[in-house]
Design a protein around this ligand. Structure first.
Ligand code: DGY
Length: 327
């Protein structure tokens, strides 16, 4: 086999479903990581220097340093819709296509946003701990973990993309009043479909009974919610973050929860995850999840399949279906 006919080399930086890996091995020379140990920056730089394509996830930061030796790399396919692990200008400058996995996870992620909202407002995990700790014999009309209602309350959604709109549609089924804040207003038709009204950030924070964060992370959205914003929220309000760590100032949130400044929080994402701020771990009025909003088997398979489709297209010299940058 001459060099031209050799299969392209690819990196699969995190463990994927074995059947998907076996399929890739039919067309590519694959360096896989089924033991799922996260690469150090040095290991990632070296691994990228040896391949033409890579499948990665949020744990792999793809920036100028990671790309420094990647002379043959054509495409990096994220198995994720969010791509704050990509330095897109650096990838473009290096001539590397960047892709993500939109759409396939919208409903699953919106379902989870709603699940976390319900669990937080109704203190589901706290109640489970109560049962496990043997407190059920203390059941009383007034002394149960008493929660906040969702029905006929106001939900404020910050970030009204596909997932935010999915949460709004679910909220309508609960008879909730939906307000949103976003960089741009939705079209009249989309606002109508979601039953949602635009609000300024301050109005949303002051009015909402439940604040749900679904906006993408960027330097501009860093600490969108900090002590100052929490101070505007109702003391009875809940805060749900399914967006990205860093959108919320976790230290400020922990202080607010400990002081009873807001009712409760539900977090699927954290600053510096997989670490969780130690003060958040001390809070009772919190529901914690390990970044699982897209985690159903069907959806995670669909995300891998779309990432593979993007990778194959990029390596075949075609436009990947979810290309982020212009190469
Ligand atoms: C995404 O796709 O951005 C999700 O956060 C991953 O679960």
């Amino acid at each position: 086999m001459n060099n031209k006919n050799k299969p392209p080399k690819i990196l699969v930086a995190r463990a994927i479903f074995p059947e998907a890996l076996a399929k890739l091995e039919e067309s590519f020379e694959v360096r896989s990581n089924q033991e799922d140990r996260i690469f150090t920056p040095e290991e990632l730089q070296k691994a990228l220097s040896e391949v033409q394509g890579a499948l990665v996830a949020g744990s792999e930061r793809i920036d100028a340093s990671a790309l420094a030796q990647a002379r043959e790399l054509k495409v990096v396919a994220n198995i994720s819709v969010g791509y704050n692990n990509f330095d897109v200008p650096a990838m473009t400058a290096a001539g590397v296509m960047a892709t993500n996995t939109p759409d396939v996870l919208t409903d699953t992620t919106a379902d989870f946003g709603f699940a976390l909202l319900m669990a937080t407002a109704r203190r589901v995990t706290e109640s489970e701990h109560w049962v496990r700790a043997g407190h059920w014999d203390k059941w009383s009309i007034v002394n149960n973990p008493l929660g906040m209602d969702l029905h006929h309350s106001t939900v404020g959604i910050i970030g009204m993309g596909r997932i935010g709109q999915g949460i709004a549609k679910r909220a309508l089924g609960f008879g909730m009043n939906v307000i949103y804040h976003n960089r741009s207003h939705l079209s009249d038709a989309d606002e109508k479909a979601c039953g949602a009204k635009y609000a300024s950030m301050e109005e949303l924070l002051r009015t909402a009974d439940h604040v749900v964060l679904v906006l993408p992370y960027s330097a501009e959205s860093h600490h969108t919610i900090g002590a100052k914003e929490i101070a505007l929220m109702k003391p009875t309000a809940t805060l749900i973050n399914i967006a990205r760590g860093g959108i919320v100032d976790d230290a400020a949130l922990a202080q607010a929860l400990q002081a009873g400044r807001i009712f409760a929080a539900g977090l699927d994402v954290f600053e510096g995850e997989p670490s969780v701020h130690p003060e958040l771990l001390k809070c009772k009025n919190i529901v914690l999840a390990p970044h699982i909003a897209s985690a159903t088997e069907k959806t995670r398979r669909a995300m891998v399949d779309l990432a593979v489709e993007n990778l194959r297209a990029g390596l075949d010299g075609k436009r990947p279906p979810s290309l982020i940058n212009s190469i």
